[in-house]
Design a protein around this ligand. Sequence first.
Ligand SMILES: Cc1cc2nc3c(=O)[nH]c(=O)nc-3n(C[C@H](O)[C@H](O)[C@H](O)COP(=O)(O)O)c2cc1C
Length: 380
Amino acid sequence: MSALKIGSLELDSPVVLAPMAGVTNIAFRTLCRDLELERAGSTSGLYVCEMVTARALVERHPVTMHMTTFGPTETPRSLQLYTVDPDTTYAAAKMIVDEDLADHIDMNFGCPVPKVTRKGGGSALPYKRRLFGQIVAAAVRATEGTNIPVTVKFRIGIDDEHHTHLDAGRIAAGEGAAAVALHARTAAQRYSGTAAWNEIARLKDHVTDVPVLGNGDIFDAEDAEKMMAQTGCDGVVVGRGCLGRPWLFAELSAALNGRDIPTPPTLGEVTVIMRRHATLLAAHHGEDKGMREIRKHIAWYLRGFPAGSEVRSGLARVSSLSEFDGLLGLLDPTVPFPADAEGPRGRQGSPSAVALPEGWLDDPDDTLVPAGADIMHSGG
Ligand SMILES: Cc1cc2nc3c(=O)[nH]c(=O)nc-3n(C[C@H](O)[C@H](O)[C@H](O)COP(=O)(O)O)c2cc1C
């Protein structure tokens, strides 16, 4: 029985790991998938890779090619493209098809980073309805005749005066997207305040021909159940809630499939999971870079646990796996998962006006590809 069907992909649970730049690489996805299998008995959702830019993919930049690494048993392989023009989108999607790089393509129209929106990319782009439609159509055309569905992820709009999500959903579905996902904030909100789940419900009412996925502020299994019940969405996309909690997907799939939620790990079990994460990062990046990468996860993993400032700061500077082991060994393995580790985590930020190209809001139908917006360095 499939709980969520996205084109040819049949998922046993309606749960998606949100693409997160610098986080959802092969190491993190492998860990989440394995923990779902070990703790809930199966790997059932969709785990999306951190985004890559379509242009860098087409140009075969080595760092970008490395980012498209999937596990040997990873299925479906889900790749997210950040893209601002139809031609490069077509070329990138065609390359994915011809070289069998992935089983699913998602597209990122949610990035609120000023250096991206200032050039018309990310969450600024859906305002240009025709250009947005042409980009989605290009990816769909490149994947025609394959089993690779194209999905689209966007925000509510630029700000409260410029909502675009209903148009974006209708246009994407009309151009052949197999599902749409809404991060229920405007770009101006960044990650602040609370996600407007009522807008997910509105989108669900508006887009009736493909699944609508809801995203924003799911921090535990109960949140996921509430979002599905309140909005009628077909699936949930979970980002910050799994930072330092890669076992969250076991809890989500158990809850959404009506099974008992597994007990959260003790500090001893968390240290084993941290060690696995570090080992996977070292295998992907080499030990030096792997250790630099694990540092950003330390505060998330240890949130709420009594760890002591010396161990914490040692871990935040760790430079080898053996040093990592020594520091983890200083933690008390019997401590249960702390109640105050629940709730919001990850970036929050504060709202601010969205930087846009001059005259961007004048004509929603103009199809001029924003210049220089196809290069970016951070997610959104
Ligand atoms: C560190 C980080 C990196 C992100 N990178 C991406 C990205 O590459 N592509 C994307 O579409 N969204 C990206 N996002 C947005 C998330 O996918 C998600 O939409 C957002 O965090 C809201 O969901 P949440 O409340 O579950 O975190 C990123 C978010 C964070 C916190």
